[in-house]
Structure formats: C-alpha cells, structure tokens
Design a protein around this ligand. Structure first.
Ligand code: GLC
Length: 756
C-alpha cells in the first residue's frame, strides 16, 4: 500500500485541512451548553479550567518538588473550588474516581476533570520506543500499537496522552530523537497521523478513545547542536517545509490538542509566540483544538529572558495562544488579576476556556464524567496478555539488520555454544527505554532470557557482562574473553542505557561508551564470529571493534518483549525488515546529519579531490544511511518504468518497478521512492523521500510496485512562504535505501507548456 504524500504534505503545508472543528463535531445543544456554562463561570473558575497539575490523587510520576501541589487533600481543595481542570501523570481508576467525584459533585459548576498522561510507547505493556517503531516504516503497525496503548491507558483512567511526539530530529546528539519518528518529514508525517488515528480510534466518545496531543509545537527537533531546551534558529521556509508537516498531518487525522515546545524559535520562546501559536497554528493551519504549555514552560519565560516575572509570563502565554498551563499554576494565580487589570481581555480567556470545554464535550465527559473510570475495565485491559504478542511483533519488526557477513540467522539445531557479553545481555533495567514510568520495573524479557527460551539447550548460553555501561569491571574483560574463547558464537550487547536517552539527555559524543568499546575490541580480537546487538535511542557513530563485527543489529529499546523479539530475529523465526529512520554517521562531529541535505556548490564526487564539502577526517556521508536495512532474503528491484517522462502541470505520472525475492525465505522489503528537484528558486535536497511501500514476498515471488507522482508531490516552500512547484528536470530513484536505487528522470512542464 503506497501512501500518497499528497494527503500529507499539501494539506500540511498549505494549511488547508478539513479539520473536525470541535464546534462541528458537537451538537448545537452541546455548543449552547458550553456557552451557557462560560456565561456562569467566574474568572477564577475560567482560570481553573486552564490549569493542569500533576495528579496527587494517584501519584505515579512523583510531582516535581519545586512546583505544583504535593498532596491529595490540598489538591482536592483546589478541585472543589474549581481551580484546576486537568490532572496529569497519575494512573489508576480509584484515584481518578475520587478526584472526579469532587469535581462533578462538590464543585459549584460540576465541570468534569480531564485526565492526561505520558503514554508514549505503552502504559503497562511496553512497546518499542517510537524511533524503533519508525524503523518498521509501517504506519499501519504504528496505528495498531497506538490503539493497544489507548486500550490500556483509558482503562487506567486516562482521557489524553501527551503523544505522539512528532518533532523531526535533525541532530542525533539530542536525547529526544528516541521519542519521535526520526529525521524525515514524510515518514514522520505518515507516522504522526497513524499514531493519532490509533490513539483516538474512530469515535472520541468511546470509553477506549484516547485523545492525542502531537508535540512539541514547533521545531523542537531543530535545537542548535542538539542541545536540549536550546535555541532554534531556522528560516520560515525550513520551519514550514521540515517541521510543520507532521503536525499538519496529525491535525488532519483529528488531533484536538497540541503542546507548545520548551524551545524558542528565532528569539521568541514558543510558549509566548503569538505568530506561531495563533497566526500560524490557527490562522494558517486551521487548528481548532487547544494548546498545552509544556511542563512549567510558561514560568520559564522568565529564565528565557522574555518575561519580567510570573504575572508577565502568564500574560504573554495566554495572549500568545496557550490555552492550558501545565504544572506551574501561573494561570490560576495570575489570570484573574490580569483580566481585572485589563492586561488580558476576558474574551481571550473565554476563547481558551471554550476550546477546552469543547474538547471535554467532544469526548463525552459532560454526558459521562465516569468515562474511562471503570474498575472492571481496568482489571480486564491493563496488562492484558494479548498485548504482549503485539509488543513482540512490533519489536521484531523494529530491529534493523545493519550488517550481516553470512553469519545470521543462527541455526538453533546446531546447538552452538553462545557467549553473551556486555552490559545489556542480562539486564532488565534498560529494556523499556525512556518514558515508560507506568511500566512494572524489571518485568520485561531481557536478551539472555529470550535466547535461553529459544535455544534447545539453554546451558549452551554463557553470560559474561564484561563491563558496566559507563565504567569497567575489574577483571570483566578477562572473564568475557574467556567466555568468548569457550564459545562458537559471540553476541555483544552494547550501547546506551535508557537514562542516556530521552529528555535532557543530549550527548556530545554519540558513540558506544569507552569501557564497552574496549570490551568489544578485546573480544573481537579473538577472532570468533561476533554479532553486535546495539541498545540505543538515537543513531550511533560506530567504530572498529563494533563496526567490523560480522553482524550488527540496531535493536533500540524494544520494550517488554525485547529478548524474545531479538531471539526471533537471531534464530530466523522472524526475517528482519526494519529500515533506519535516522542516519548513522561515521563521526559524532558530523551532526546535525540527515540524508536530505543540500548539494552545496562543491559536492563531494571523489574523496581525493580537495576543496569539496567534506571534513578532513571523513566524507560527509553515513556509515549506515537513512532507509538502510538488510534482510535474510535477497530482494532485487528491476524494470523501472515511467508512464511518461513529461509530467504535465495538472496530471500525474505512474512509476512501476518489479520487486523480486531471490532468497530462500519469505520476507518484507520497504521500497522507497525519492526525487531530486535539480534546479529551483530555493536549493533543494539531494534526495527527498516521497513514497514508501512495504512488500512481503515468498521465495522466488515478484510483485510490481506502483507509485504515482503529481505536481503537488514536488511542491516546496518558496520565497514568501508560498507553496510552489516549479517546472524543470527531476531525478527519481526507486530503491531500498536513501543511497541506492534504480534511476530515472522526468520533467515537470508548466500548464501552458506543451510537452515536446
Ligand atoms: C515534559 C516533556 C513533555 C511531557 C510533559 C509532561 O517535560 O517535555 O513531552 O509530555 O513534560 O510530562
């Protein structure tokens, strides 16, 4: 199934969505009810609806000791007074029912609370981290896992998740690469929409529909030097072309909330950026839901040097278009006074409250405040065994086979002795990855357990840690070398801990930590066949000792079923099909690195020619490029054909190619279509992904893969932020990564031109 970029990019860029306006999604009577309610609300009650605090009724993620309310009694008082409208990051039906009882029965107006939480890649059942799942290049799978997460999260008493994170990540030093879909805008847009559909389902009023909150608006993934919370300095064109489309496709898929980013764009913090949150988000992109601030981000306007004090920060945020203040309490403390003093018009507050109440209405909270607060559902759906199978499937599909010099798959019948070496061999503390704080610690299946379960004789597995994650172990290397010498096959389980990935985990060096590298070098020097299993939340710059192993697999953080999924791949029960959603550079110093980069005036053609766009120590290419991933099958593309090499302005051309599985195993390949606009009024990338198609074939089978391209697929943001396509010559590749493929050329002709 090839996904038409048209519905993704054109809508996103042109801002012409047919968004389900909450108003349109609501019955007239419901709209009137909201308006009548607002008319009765005091300004404090309005500020209360615009306030979201950590949930002390069911504290799961300990509230930040510096801010917010720390105990249930105090918070209950705030709820009773109508001074809070949303609670976040608690789970459990019982606590939610206590809170909702106070809101609905004890407060003056009985407005139900909205319960939110960070369900990023699972609640109790943990799925692969989003960057891992992006490696499946399979939006349908992403939709299924999001649906499964929604089933658990709503059963645990949540109405909304602060997900999907849709920031396009341009620098692998940034820790939050792990939370998104990688470096490409097209793949990111497809997965953003799929995850929103999965979370929300088809009916927002259903008990198992989980509101999505695509975040962080906007361009957080472009922080300078990958420095967390850092500044973003990009052109309007790059903002619109690279960073907005995933939000556009998420909104087009029905998302009714979003979250402003911590970072600033061109000197204006997103949380106070009216051009961004009102003129662009609502004016151009027609977003109709409501905007959360990120955690205390409104208060942080002071530290940004953008607000004088708390009151000024609250004023700037609400005037910019932040409807719901998260955790700081600034709105409940300052909006009543700001309105009384005239610094903030009551109309501005009413607009924010209306947006929030529309969304609460749209999910049926007024008709049924006990929605998603059912203890029987909680028992039935949270941790349901069926979800483990989906987690295992998604995990296996997320694994990317980077290199395989004839070593994999292993044949369990051979009964080979395997030495499992490295800090992630027998380790259950780093299976889930970041943002899994609702999961039961230490419950996942680690690599050793997965291998033992798959081996006819588990005693054939020798485990030797060899080194800690960040430090050596006295005698560890010697012990590991000894284990390797006694084995037929060595498996090295190396990489980052989950604490080295995620928010506030920017790294200047994206390499295997030195003690692990030393371990790898010592073990590989023995000369036994070595398989490297990478544990990571970002691309890594690999070096010899690891990079020259006979087999290397990117296994990310795979969640609850890590060990079984890895064993499924290593022993060939599953045929690897993952593709890299992020480029693996040769050196950390190449970051920010991404495949869709510009040619420059001196592109490297031959590494020996000087005065070209390269570093003195390395070409500016990728060791393992975006879109790369091997299989145990051998997939071959041929017969590339275009219906026409002249693309008329308002027509389309069909592109076909034949994919054949020349291997002995059934497998899946992701066929990728890239273009290059050779000459344009703004320089264009050397490649841009426009289509993907995942194809599964048995041994010897072939399939004709069909794509179509039209002018809207060739659009870009030109001067003045106009979305344009320009006549001229284009390259096209249909391949299996961003650096290979069958090549063709076509020409886009202007409407009046007649193709010769
Ligand atoms: C965090 C993150 C955001 C998350 C929020 C609530 O700081 O930036 O992604 O959803 O706070 O936990």
């Amino acid at each position: 199934m090839s996904i038409d970029r048209r519905s993704v990019l054109a809508a996103a860029l042109a801002g012409v969505f047919t968004l389900p306006l909450p108003r349109r999604a609501l019955a007239a009577a419901e709209v009137e009810r909201v308006d009548a309610l607002i008319a009765r609300m005091t300004v404090e009650e309005k500020a209360g609806q615009m306030t979201c605090l950590t949930d002390s009724f069911r504290p799961y993620n300990p509230p930040n000791p510096q801010v917010g309310i720390q105990n249930e009694r105090q918070l209950a008082d705030e709820v009773r007074k109508g001074r809070v409208g949303c609670l976040f990051n608690g789970i459990g039906v019982a606590g939610a029912r206590r809170a909702q009882q106070i809101a609905v029965k004890d407060s003056r107006l009985g407005i139900p609370l909205l319960f939110a939480g960070d369900v990023i890649h699972g609640l109790r059942t943990i799925f692969p981290v989003p960057i891992a799942e992006a490696a499946t290049f399979d939006p349908a799978l992403a939709e299924r896992t999001a649906r499964a997460m929604a089933s658990e999260a709503t059963a645990a008493g949540l109405h909304l998740t602060f997900a999907p994170m849709v920031d396009v990540a341009r620098d692998q030093r940034w820790g939050r690469v792990v939370e998104g879909a990688g470096e490409d805008v097209y793949l990111g847009s497809l997965l953003a929409a799929a995850r929103v559909r999965g979370f929300q389902g088809r009916d927002l009023r259903r008990d198992d529909s989980l509101l999505a909150c695509p975040k962080h608006f906007a361009a957080y993934g472009a922080v300078a030097a990958g420095l967390e919370y850092g500044s973003v300095d990009i052109s309007e064109e790059t903002l619109r072309e690279t960073h907005l489309p995933p939000f556009g496709s998420a909104f087009a898929a029905g998302a009714l909330t979003t979250m402003a980013a911590f970072s600033e764009i061109n000197g204006v913090p997103a949380t106070a950026d009216r051009d961004l949150l009102t003129d662009l988000l609502r004016g151009e992109m027609k977003f109709r839901g409501f905007v959360f601030s990120d955690y205390t981000a409104d208060e942080e306007l002071i530290a940004h040097g953008f607000a004088e004090d708390e009151r000024d920060a609250a004023r700037l945020a609400v005037l910019a278009g932040v409807d719901m203040s998260m955790q700081s309490g600034l709105y409940i403390r300052h909006i009543p006074d700001l309105v009384k003093s005239g610094a903030v018009p009551m109309e501005t507050v009413d607009v924010a409250v209306r947006r929030i109440l529309y969304v609460k209405t749209a999910i049926g909270l007024f008709d049924n405040p006990w929605r998603s607060l059912n203890e029987d559902m909680e028992k039935a759906r949270v941790g349901a065994p069926a979800l483990q199978a989906l987690s295992r499937e998604a995990a296996a599909r997320s694994i990317v086979l980077l290199r395989n010099e004839g070593l994999l798959p292993l044949d369990p019948a051979k009964g080979q002795k395997i030495a499992l070496i490295g800090p992630f061999g027998e380790d259950r503390a780093n299976l889930y990855g970041p943002w899994a704080f609702y999961a039961e610690k230490g419950k996942g299946v680690d690599v050793a357990a997965g291998l033992r379960a798959a081996m006819p004789d588990p005693a054939q597995l020798i485990v030797a840690k060899g080194s800690e994650i960040l430090g050596p172990i006295d005698g560890g290397i010697a012990q590991a070398v000894e284990a390797a010498q006694a084995a037929d096959i060595v498996i090295l389980a190396l990489g980052e801990s989950q604490d080295m990935s995620g928010e506030a985990q920017s790294r200047t060096v994206i390499e295997i930590p030195p003690p692990q590298q030393a371990l790898a070098q010592a073990v590989t020097a023995i000369g036994k066949p070595v398989i490297v299993l990478l544990r990571h939340g970002r691309a890594l710059a690999l070096h010899d000792g690891v990079a020259n192993a006979q087999a290397i697999l990117a296994t990310w953080f795979l969640g609850s079923q890590t060990g079984h999924a890895i064993a499924d791949i290593l022993f060939g029960r599953e045929n690897p099909s993952g593709k890299l959603p992020v480029s693996f550079p040769w050196e950390s110093g190449q970051e920010p690195f991404f495949y869709d980069r510009k040619s420059t005036g001196r592109p490297v053609v031959d590494s020996n020619i000087e005065y070209k766009a390269r570093y003195t120590t390395t070409d500016n290419s990728a060791r393992f490029p975006f879109g790369h991933g091997l299989s145990y099958s051998e997939f071959v593309l041929d017969n590339l054909k275009l219906s026409d090499t002249a693309l008329r302005w308002d027509r389309a051309i069909e592109i076909t190619t034949r994919l054949t599985n020349k291997g002995k195993r059934k497998g899946s390949e992701v066929v990728q279509l890239y273009i290059r606009d050779r000459v344009a009024s703004r320089t264009r990338p050397i490649r841009e992904l426009k289509r993907i198609e995942r194809v599964t074939l048995g041994p010897g089978e072939s399939k004709t893969v069909r794509f179509s391209l039209s002018r809207t697929d060739l659009q870009f943001v030109g001067s003045g932020n106009r979305i344009i396509a320009e006549p001229g010559a284009f390259d096209l590749w249909v391949g299996q990564s961003s650096t290979d493929g069958l090549h063709a050329q076509f020409t886009l002709y202007a409407a009046e031109a007649v193709a010769r």
